[in-house]
Design a protein around this ligand. Structure first.
Ligand SMILES: [Zn+2]
Length: 98
């Protein structure tokens, strides 16, 4: 199953939150959040397998690093996968900037 790509945009509501979002020296990292589509930097052949049924899982969402203060190992993203038959979920860190 493939979900159409749906871009997500952050909306920090407090001063602390506004200060947490984004990078001083990188305008792209911190904005790469979306549902569906294909994960940045990861081939479909490398998608995880569902522990319950053994089938390849569906890519559900990419969540980016938040910013300089809450960085994930040099601007990595979290890839989230789901099995729509068993509702098992898995996530993994992926480096998309090479
Ligand atoms: Zn499954």
């Amino acid at each position: 199953m493939k979900i159409p790509k749906i871009k997500l945009i952050t909306l920090p509501e407090t001063e602390d939150a506004k200060n947490a979002v984004g990078y001083k020296w990188n305008e792209i990292a911190g904005t790469r959040h979306y549902l569906g589509g294909t994960p940045d930097g990861l081939d479909e052949k490398d998608y995880p397998i569902c522990d319950s049924c053994g089938e390849k899982m569906t890519f559900y969402a990419q969540v980016d690093s938040i910013g300089d203060k809450y960085d994930l190992a040099d601007c990595m993203v979290i890839h989230n996968f789901v099995c729509f038959d068993c509702f098992e979920v898995k996530c993994q860190l992926t480096q998309t900037i090479v």
